[in-house]
Write a protein that binds this ligand. Structure first.
Ligand code: TTP
Length: 682
């Protein structure tokens, strides 16, 4: 939580844009005949008509709510149109919605600093744009004010009886004696109205907006008047707004901290916090949280709008409520495999499209034990370095599961596939990839991907050695990762997860979880330091992902490079032949030939390299024929023409890498050798 008290945050102009009944709008755009009709999007599971995950405003008028199932909705609104969420991997596939959200972001990001906060939410810092407008074309100088802007709701603005609300807004916006910060908000009103119009024009989606001096207030405001409207919070109305705002409605106070405030201090509304000195709040909740509470009671929030258009992590999750709880290890593995497949697809497309790689794999599980003496015991979340490729992710995820399961159940006989349930059940699984960074340039990047461990045994060892307990997060989901870890994890088990920011969803019951998409925090952030440490010690393996990336959007599917010796040899021959024939071989082939072998050999090779400070692409340097295949990437097999096809940073890297090869078997210890994974004797 923010510790410092922001000094000048009340002159910023921040907007929070939230798309209206988003999934419904996406479906209505696909099927325009649904427009204007009461419509809802339902979950994949069709039991009782499926759980509603998005409800159109037309349907809401009939009393249809997200908490209902399809059948219930039909009772209150017989004409409701139910559209099933798209499905892939036996679960909801939200890629259509994600892509639709990206369309909106690309429009909104044209103005100010833009932070994509969830699948359908964006923050904008419009301060500079508003300042410029105030200097060049202030609202009072305009002959005509945009009609959409005039329809804004300005909190605290008293509409005199018998007067036109629009005229009142116009007057407020054009006051020449207004405070500077209100004038900036007036500019914000114009800018946001124009952006919303543009979103509608280019994407056909309506959205609502909150405009205020900080993120917290803007977010509160955006939901106040929906759909397709905007609400403004002048500083003078903050006290009134927060005075009557139930504490649990406040971002980050929906969970345990909110309950604690009610129980400990009798705080029911945010405004009730005003009576407590900062020291008292700190005494109860710690220095940082105490200061944060003191600040929010006054509408102070210094959190910056991050310039971020892409998610901070990717996740895939599924819940198995009630009788659908998983009761065998093999069923858990089956579902983990499904989730990992989806996760890998998203990682590959992130790599392809955004040139980003993820470093940490985290597994969250929700489980029960029927004979639980310690019913509070949670299934521990675990994480480890992320290795690319579906099979590797699946393997690592299963290892994480086993590690957590051993702790949870308290015995070690859990590796038998298909083990029968002995009074336990898994009610939710969620796998996520975090610590996503741009694909690094420089020598270390590409080497790591070629030579990391890749067979079952060593990868198992890798994972076993580097599995980390994921520190719990705050229940409300918003505290700074490194600061608060004393509360239980807030894990959302949802049809799909995509983590954009730290905003929590409302606390959901198990039934509700199934309906949800995740808009919450990064599950791995609280143990980031420890994870970083591990990641640096272990190498990442991205053969398929990088191959895809290097193929520059060719349609070749990622695949594992688990080849046997004869395959490898014939592939080498074929590869060489094609190089001769065509001059420019497929980059994927190039990758196939570079890491065809198992990791134990790779490790031996790495070891040799590190011990001797030398490397060789010559098979004679291996004591046995078997080792010929060990990371048998051969620099002399690279067709220089291939290099021109690669992204510039990797071109540079490869050229630098090929340079020392002119002096065979000599590697500068200070350069390439240090990028190999640490020696791990098998
Ligand atoms: P929301 O923005 O919470 O809701 P909404 O856009 O449907 O409606 P509103 O106009 O009130 O903002 O969620 C965005 C999308 O996320 C929603 O259309 C469907 C999905 N979602 C779930 O799948 N499960 C959930 O529990 C929630 C809250 C949202």
């Amino acid at each position: 939580m923010p510790v410092a008290r922001p000094e000048s945050s009340d002159s910023r102009v921040i907007a929070h844009i939230d798309l209206d009944c988003f999934y419904v709008q996406v479906e209505q755009r696909k099927q325009p005949q649904l427009r204007g009709l009461p419509t809802a999007v339902v979950q994949y599971n069709e039991w009782k008509g499926g759980a509603l995950i998005a409800v159109s405003y037309e349907a809401r008028k009939f009393g249809v709510k997200r908490s209902m199932r399809g059948e219930e909705a039909k009772e209150v609104c017989p004409q409701i149109q139910l559209v099933q969420v798209p499905v892939a991997h036996c679960k909801a596939d939200l890629s259509t919605y994600r892509n639709a959200g990206s369309e909106v972001v690309s429009v909104l990001s044209r103005k100010g600093r833009c932070e994509r906060a969830s699948i359908d939410e964006v923050y904008l810092d419009l301060t500079h744009v508003a300042e410029t407008m105030l200097l060049e074309t202030p609202p009072e100088s305009l002959e005509e004010i945009d009609e959409e802007a005039l329809k804004s709701h300005i909190l605290g603005l008293r509409i005199e009886e018998g007067t036109d609300a629009i005229e009142n807004v116009r007057e407020w916006m054009c006051r020449s004696n207004a405070q500077h910060k209100d004038k900036l908000l007036a500019c914000g009103i114009l800018i946001v109205a124009e952006l919303r119009r543009q979103v509608l024009k280019e994407t056909e989606f309506t959205c609502s907006a909150g405009i205020a001096h900080n993120k917290m207030l803007a977010k509160l405001a955006s939901g106040m008047n929906k759909p397709a409207q905007q609400t403004v919070v002048p500083f003078s109305s903050v006290k009134g707004l927060l005075g009557s705002l139930p504490i649990r409605k406040m971002k980050q106070l929906g969970g345990k901290l909110g309950v604690a405030l009610q129980v400990d201090l009798g705080v029911n509304n945010v405004g009730d916090l005003l009576q407590f000195p900062e020291a008292k709040l700190q005494e109860h909740y710690g220095v940082n949280t105490g200061t944060w509470l003191w600040n929010i009671a006054r509408g102070i929030d210094g959190e910056e709008v991050e310039g971020r258009l892409l998610p901070k992590s990717h996740g895939s999750g599924k819940s198995f409520p009630g009788p659908r709880a998983l009761k065998t290890i093999s069923s858990v593995q089956y579902w983990l495999n499904q989730l990992c497949e989806e996760l890998n697809e998203r990682l590959c497309s992130d790599l392809d499209q955004n040139k980003r790689i993820a470093h940490t794999l985290t597994l969250h599980v929700r489980a029960y034990k029927s004979s639980d003496t310690d019913s509070q015991k949670k299934f521990p979340s675990k994480s480890c370095p992320l290795r690319y490729g579906t099979a590797k992710i699946q393997e690592d995820a299963f290892n994480l599961f086993q590690a957590g399961f051993r702790e949870y159940i308290g015995f070690y006989g859990v590796k038998t596939q298909g083990i029968q349930c002995n009074g336990w059940g898994i009610t939710a699984l969620s796998i996520s990839a975090s610590k996503i960074v741009p694909l690094p340039s420089g020598t270390c990047s590409i080497m790591k991907y070629f030579h990391g461990p890749s067979t079952s045994n060593s990868s198992k060892q890798l994972v076993d050695n580097s599995i980390l307990e994921v520190s719990p997060l705050s229940p409300s989901g918003g505290e700074r990762c490194s600061e608060v870890n004393s509360c239980e994890p807030k894990i959302e088990f949802l049809g799909e997860e995509e983590r954009w920011n730290k905003d929590p969803l409302p606390v959901l019951g198990q039934e509700e979880e199934e309906r949800s998409i995740l808009k919450g925090q990064d599950p791995s952030c609280s143990s980031s330091k420890a994870q970083d440490g591990v990641i640096q010690e272990t190498s990442l393996v991205i053969p398929t992902g990088v191959a895809r990336f290097l193929e520059q959007n060719q349609s070749t599917q990622p695949r594992e490079l688990a080849w046997n010796d004869s395959q490898v040899k014939s592939e080498h021959k074929e590869h060489k032949r094609k190089m001769k024939d065509k001059g420019t071989p497929s980059i994927l082939k190039f990758f196939k030939s570079c890491n065809p072998s198992g990791p134990s050999e790779s490790q031996e090779q790495v070891q040799t390299l590190q011990e001797n400070g030398t490397t060789s692409s010559d098979s004679t340097s291996y004591p046995s024929g078997q080792r010929r295949e060990a990371w048998s990437y051969r620099i002399d097999e690279i067709d220089p023409a291939v290099i021109d096809e690669l992204p510039p940073e990797i071109q540079d890297e490869l050229r630098a890498w090929m340079q020392p090869h002119k002096q065979p078997n000599v590697v500068n210890r200070g350069s390439i050798a240090r990028y190999f994974s640490p020696i791990r004797k098998t």
